[in-house]
Ligand binder design. Structure first.
Ligand SMILES: Nc1ncnc2c1ncn2[C@@H]1O[C@H](COP(=O)(O)OP(=O)(O)OP(=O)(O)O)[C@@H](O)[C@H]1O
Ligand SMILES: Cc1ncsc1CCO
Ligand SMILES: [Mg+2]
Length: 264
């Protein structure tokens, strides 16, 4: 498994997929930079008129509801329909699930359109599965990823999607595997959009790796390890944001395998 994960990282670098992102205003710049750093190409776009044509030239799609509005919901539906037609995988990042009724209504519709993968923090995964015992603090989690595993299993069965819960431990749940990754650093929660970048990276991996669960493990491990290594030598959130991009770009097989903390 470990060597396969590194091979997936080199596949993304070699094949350089083009990823269409309908994502939030907050993270557009850093997620585009994260995609470039791993060797993929980003395009951020949401005009209704170009959703179909965009999916014809792209290899995958990210649907991130971070700064939702009605115009964008229509963009999301148009892009997803085109992605499904072109057999392009699409990822759902349910930012702020459970925070407002509008988000939850939109998410119910999106879930029924069959994302290949869903990545969120524990509060978001709990809210999506309607295990509403904990509240989300806006876009930030108030729960532990380990407490959302049953919710992730439920979503995996219900929607046939790979589910990734991010947090201190990242958990990947699919039909074939359930994996825990104990990488990352607490300082990563002090930069906005780390999860959004993880979802964009995930879409790049899914574009070129047919084994979706393995692609999810590789993508999640890559950003968590890049964050972990960078956090050790940075001065705080500002420099961490920059050094994660450097590490996503420069990480070697040795560094990756030395840091990888995976539990099957
Ligand atoms: N408590 C923690 N300890 C160590 N690493 C963490 C912790 N929380 C998050 N991380 C790291 O940060 C990554 C992003 O996860 P996080 O749960 O913060 O996403 P998120 O809440 O969706 O973020 P955002 O909405 O700001 O994009 C994880 O994959 C993990 O590597
Ligand atoms: C802070 C914030 N608000 C809406 S989206 C977003 C980025 C992190 O999810
Ligand atoms: Mg998030």
């Amino acid at each position: 498994m470990k060597e396969k994960l590194w091979n997936h990282i080199t596949t993304v670098r070699k094949q350089s997929p083009l990823v269409h992102n309908i994502t939030n205003y907050v993270v557009m710049n850093n997620t585009a930079n994260a995609l470039l750093a791993i060797g993929a190409s980003p395009i951020m776009s949401h005009a209704h008129e170009e959703m179909v044509a965009m999916q014809q030239i792209c290899n995958s799609l990210v649907i991130n509801i971070g700064t939702l509005d009605t115009y964008w919901v229509k963009s999301m539906h148009l892009a997803i329909e085109a992605a499904n037609k072109n057999k392009n995988p699409w990822v759902l990042d349910p930012v702020g699930a459970g925070a407002t009724p509008f988000r939850d209504e939109v998410l119910s519709e999106l879930l029924n359109l069959k994302p290949i993968a869903i990545r969120g923090n524990a509060s978001e995964i709990l809210a999506l599965a309607k295990h509403n015992k904990t509240q989300t603090k806006g876009v930030d989690s108030t729960a532990s990823s380990l407490d959302a595993i049953d919710a992730a299993r439920f979503l995996n069965k219900q929607y046939n999607a790979v589910v990734i819960i991010s947090g201190e431990t990242d958990v990947i749940v699919s039909d074939e595997l359930e994996v825990k990754l104990n990488n990352g650093n607490l300082l990563m929660t002090k930069i906005t959009g780390m999860g959004c970048s993880a979802s964009a990276i995930l879409a790049a991996f899914l574009a070129v790796i047919p084994e979706s669960a393995e692609a999810a493990v590789a993508a999640t491990a890559l950003i968590s390890i890049a964050g972990e290594i960078s956090a050790k030598s940075c001065d705080g959130p500002g420099s961490l944001q920059v050094s994660i991009l450097d590490k996503l770009h420069s990480i070697t097989e040795n560094e990756f395998l030395k840091h990888l903390k995976i539990e099957n």
